[in-house]
Design a protein around this ligand. Structure first.
Ligand code: ZN
Length: 366
């Protein structure tokens, strides 16, 4: 499969373009003319993963963490300090990173962790904003269903658990076909009035191009009249973190035991351990402190994340939401496994998708 098509398919499944403004995701190193028969999925890029790709003749690595986050001015390497990205490029291995594109969907990392912890009624903790468009198109009545179906199939009209959402109102369209035109209704030089429907559907930015292409293909007019509005509504489909409830309230210590067991860790850092029960749980894998206020606003009994600082704990101690740090790495423990599952389903038998055997820990524990 050509790398162009591989990248396209990953972007169709994971909203890479939706998060691209704030995160360095997508094809980090690559040659679009390459063909890919196998790919390796890994938590992040390091020498071991690149060696694994070389030894298994795989020319694509898909990582969760991006290997380039900040601006890079040079890429250098030596025996004592090898650079995995340079090594990948020298070995003609393409590298694609997904990072927050795996965090924000309801089938992503945070909802997966919430489900492993036994939460139900899970929803997004902090919805993305500035990602929704409204597409309005004027369609002759007998083509309304065809256009609406084509737009739905391409990703328009998805609102939470509802799909194919649209609104249509009857009205009158008017136009004057010019010289050289070939109108679907009427003829050149004759003013025309005809009944049309105003069809409205919401679409996430990442699907807009595909939806407009499908809408134009299904529409019978030579020149299609349509508008695209940027909405200020928050997304209902994508966001950071997750919040949900336990079926039964659990004593704080029992819930913390469950967290340790699921994440395979022996300790947690906490703001405080009140003698109360936990029912509502908010979480954000990785560095989730930017969403702590959202957890408090939600009235969560506990907020689970990583990378919590000393002063964050001090501040949280006086509140009712327990702040819990299970470490950045442990909260992202299932990232590669989930990415592997999603990509295996996406590519079925067209590409062999294997999970890296190279475990990586960000810090050594003594
Ligand atoms: Zn991370």
């Amino acid at each position: 499969m050509n790398l162009v098509d591989v990248v396209k398919k990953i972007k169709e499944k994971l909203p890479v373009e939706l998060v691209a403004d704030q995160d360095n995701v997508g094809l980090i190193v690559g040659d679009y003319d390459d063909d890919c028969g196998t790919m390796i999925v890994a938590y992040e890029l390091n020498g071991g993963v690149v060696d694994e790709a070389v030894n298994s003749a795989s020319n694509l690595i898909v990582t969760y963490h991006t290997p380039l986050f900040r601006a890079v001015k040079s890429l250098t390497s030596s025996k004592s300090n090898p650079d995995p990205l340079l090594k990948a490029a020298q070995s003609r291995i393409n590298v694609f990173a997904v990072h927050t594109a795996l965090d924000v969907p309801s089938y992503g990392l945070n909802f997966d962790l919430a489900s492993r912890l036994g939460l139900t009624g899970v929803r997004t903790l902090s919805a993305l904003s500035g990602t929704l468009y409204k597409i309005v198109v004027f369609v002759p009545a007998d083509h309304l269903d065809k256009v609406r179906d084509a737009m739905s199939r391409s990703g328009a009209g998805r609102i939470g658990n509802y799909t194919e959402c649209s609104f249509a109102a009857e009205g009158e369209g008017s136009f004057l076909p010019g010289e050289g035109s070939s109108p679907f209704i009427g003829r050149p030089g004759k003013p025309e009035r005809t009944s049309e429907s105003r069809l409205e559907m919401v679409v996430e930015k990442s699907f807009a191009g595909k939806v407009i292409e499908a809408m134009l293909n299904a529409h019978p007019y030579e020149e299609v009249a349509y508008d695209i509005y940027a909405l200020v509504n928050s997304s209902v489909n994508y966001g950071f973190g997750a919040v949900g409830e336990l079926d039964e309230p659990l004593e704080v210590r029992r819930f913390l035991d469950r967290v340790k067991k699921v994440l395979g860790i022996s300790s947690l850092r906490l703001s405080h351990i009140p003698e109360s029960k936990v029912r509502k749980v908010a979480l954000c894998a990785g560095s989730g402190m930017p969403f702590y206020r959202d957890a408090v606003r939600e009235g969560a009994d506990i907020f689970l994340t990583g990378d919590v600082k000393h002063h964050d704990f001090r501040e949280a101690r006086s509140g009712r939401t327990i702040l819990a740090d299970a470490t950045h790495r442990a909260t992202e423990k299932f990232a590669a496994e989930l990415l592997h599952k999603i990509l295996r389903e996406t590519f079925e038998d067209r590409i062999v998708v294997s999970l890296s055997k190279h475990e990586y820990d960000s810090a050594v524990i003594y």
